[in-house]
Design a protein around this ligand. Structure first.
Ligand code: FES
Length: 142
């Protein structure tokens, strides 16, 4: 049911933990399943130098956040904002259909951390101009 990449990132998640003095922090949650994902970014010269995550949730949410952090580490903020949940799912080799929403949490957590950074620094990140932190009800858990 789960690919090897999903099992690997679930068992050995990369970049787990919190970060002091993060330049951007984003948290999204889904009240229906109770899963919460928090992403911390260390940004230098518009590049994501370091990223950490804390996820309290299902295995797919943990694997998705781990993969999302790997995909944005070392990237520019403008590249990171383009990360989609589809890219996370593809990098994981797929997720069962009822678990795809877990990857949406990862995309949204990254965007909300970048939005937090943009707000704090007054920078404009292309694609986030009209960002509104996601309404929890928009993410449907099964
Ligand atoms: Fe809700 Fe995975 S995020 S079950």
């Amino acid at each position: 049911m789960y690919t090897e990449a999903v099992m690997d990132h679930f068992r050995n998640p990369r970049n787990v933990g919190s970060m002091e003095n993060a330049d951007g922090v984003g948290q999204v949650g889904n009240p229906k399943c109770g899963d919460i994902m928090k992403i911390y970014l260390k940004i230098n010269d518009e590049t994501i130098e370091d990223v950490k995550f804390e996820t309290f949730g299902c295995g797919s949410a943990i694997a998705s956040s781990s993969m999302a952090t790997e995909l944005i580490k070392g990237k520019s903020i403008n590249e990171a904002v383009e990360l989609t949940n589809k890219a996370v799912v593809e990098a994981l080799g797929g997720l069962p259909p009822v678990k795809v929403h877990c990857s949406v949490l990862a995309e949204q957590a990254v965007k909300s951390a970048l939005f937090d950074y943009a707000q704090k620094t007054g920078k404009v990140i292309k694609g986030l101009e009209n960002y509104e932190p996601i309404d929890d009800d928009d993410i449907h858990c099964h």
